[in-house]
Design a protein around this ligand. Sequence first.
Ligand SMILES: [Zn+2]
Length: 86
Amino acid sequence: MYRFFLILALLIILYYLIRRAIRKTGQEGALEKPKDGGALGNHMVQDPVCRVFIPRDHAVKESIGGQTYFFCSRGCATAFEKQLSA
Ligand SMILES: [Zn+2]
């Protein structure tokens, strides 16, 4: 009886590993397909202050020293400006 459960557990682990491998290849295939406006519209940018990722469309855009930065909020933008000037 003990051996039966051991084999069953191994089969379940094997099943999950195979399913995960299939799902992984499926995701890679989906990434290769170009999405409608995905490259331009929904690009994620990182807030340099709080390290949060925000869609570029919703980010607070700020040009500082000839470089464009993206922030999650106006508060982070001013905090970043203070950091640079300090
Ligand atoms: Zn932020």
